[in-house]
Design a protein around this ligand. Structure first.
Ligand SMILES: Cc1cc2nc3c(=O)[nH]c(=O)nc-3n(C[C@H](O)[C@H](O)[C@H](O)COP(=O)(O)OP(=O)(O)OC[C@H]3O[C@@H](n4cnc5c(N)ncnc54)[C@H](O)[C@@H]3O)c2cc1C
Length: 392
């Protein structure tokens, strides 16, 4: 399936070929086995790290490849389009951009070269709390300054990959909600070195797919002062900086999923014979596949435009925000529709466990919810782009 590939430079074509080749080693059996056992894709993540793919967002100054969101998108899309799950990569990519932009020099020197070489992992971000899901500013986890460190107490939920990361980004209040003039003030970002940290109870949350997401109880977790990322109290605005790239990356994973579903559907629609003809000859089977493919091409075009504008260094944050949010919305909705179309096409064999359809079906549901729900993206478009009243 072609999609944005038409616009790739020669280097991007080579990058794509490398990923396609590597993914041959990680076929359906690999992902099914992990899914059954609920295990993290250690071998896959380490191999991609050794091959230099964790270095994409890190500048050459810190031994990275210094590439852009377009290259990151190509990698993530292709992993998902070949049946894999690129979640550990998007985690590490957008957090690497965040650290590169806001961390102090000593943190950058200490961690970025190791992250670039795949020697350590930073794939976890703890923001969501039980009583503050979509309403981020209501988080209660609190970081109190004590001498040359911060002492953190609180409760986080759905913090993914904590057990498989060396470093975690944690967002906490440093001024209580009730004491700030603007509710977005008083939030700060901390880098937690999980290898050394005491005061974290980590409990797994069972989900409908193999996600490795956790509830965290934080009690007197000590973080050195130098691990404060960016300005004290300005964390909300720093997080916003990383959100646009994150939206584009997630859109790329959903586009990869949708490609996988469309390819599987076409293949089966052409080969499965019922009533002595391929099922794809029936418009009831063919049109839903054609319909979702048309939507996929649309989502891909917006995703690529968002990535190009971001990589161009444009300061038009309003337009970047609009495109990144729309790309994530269109792509995640499209992947979920494609998942359902594929289920209908395969009928009983979609529900059976050995075709991989039901595995991808469960996985592709996530991006309609996390890190932001489709409703909240529509609220963003309605208010920030179209100028209608805010609902919250
Ligand atoms: C597998 C998984 C992994 C995750 N990983 C992470 C992670 O690594 N780090 C992290 O911090 N978080 C993570 N999350 C959390 C995720 O970001 C949240 O689930 C998400 O932000 C939604 O919050 P919520 O579930 O509390 O829903 P709520 O905020 O409770 O919303 C419930 C429903 O109400 C709707 N709603 C609420 N307000 C409005 C409104 N004003 N207008 C219209 N609709 C509205 C929402 O759209 C939604 O449909 C993960 C979640 C899952 C399931």
């Amino acid at each position: 399936m072609v999609l944005s590939k038409l616009k790739f430079t020669e280097e991007q074509q080579i990058l794509l070929q490398n990923i396609t080749r590597l993914m041959e080693k990680y076929g359906e059996e690999y992902w099914q086995e992990l899914d059954k056992k609920g295990e993290y894709p250690n071998e896959f993540v380490d191999q991609f790290g050794r091959n230099g793919f964790m270095s994409i967002p890190i500048s050459e100054e810190y031994e990275g490849a210094g590439l852009g969101i377009k290259e990151a998108s190509i990698i993530l899309e292709e992993i998902n389009a070949k049946g894999g799950n690129a979640q550990p990569f998007h985690g590490q990519y957008y957090l690497s951009w965040l650290i590169s932009k806001f961390a102090n020099e000593s943190i950058k020197k200490k961690y970025l070269p190791k992250l670039a070489k795949g020697e350590i992992r930073m794939q976890s971000m703890a923001l969501t709390e039980p009583e503050a899901g979509s309403e981020t500013t209501k988080i209660k986890t609190f970081a109190k300054k004590q001498g040359d460190k911060f002492v953190i107490n609180g409760h986080k939920i759905f913090a993914s990959r904590v057990r498989y990361s060396d470093l975690m980004i944690l967002v906490a209040r440093t001024t209580p909600y009730e004491e700030v003039t603007r509710k977005t003030d008083g939030l700060s970002i901390f880098l937690v070195d999980l290898r050394k940290s005491k005061g974290l109870e980590i409990n797994e949350i069972k989900t409908i797919f193999n996600s490795q997401t956790y509830e965290l109880f934080i009690e007197n977790l000590e973080v050195p002062e130098e691990n404060l990322i960016g300005e004290l109290g300005n964390g909300f605005r720093h997080i916003l900086y990383a959100l646009n790239p994150e939206r584009i990356l997630l859109a790329s994973e959903s586009i990869g999923d949708a490609r996988w579903f469309v390819e599987k559907s076409v293949e089966y629609a052409n080969s499965r014979k019922v009533f002595d003809r391929p099922i794809g000859q029936n418009q009831g089977v063919q049109f839903p596949i054609a319909n979702v493919y048309a939507k996929l091409v649309g989502a891909d075009a917006v995703r690529w435009e968002a990535a190009e504008l971001y990589d161009s260094g444009s300061q038009d944050m309003k337009r970047i925000g609009e495109l990144a949010n729309i790309a994530k919305y269109l792509a995640s909705e499209c992947a979920w529709e494609a998942a359902n179309v594929t289920m209908d096409t395969y009928a009983g064999y979609g529900i059976a466990t050995d075709t991989g359809i039901q595995r991808k079906f469960r996985e592709s549901r996530l991006y309609k919810v996390a890190p932001i729900t489709s409703n909240l993206i529509l609220a963003y478009i309605g208010h920030n782009v179209l100028g209608m009243p805010k609902s919250y």
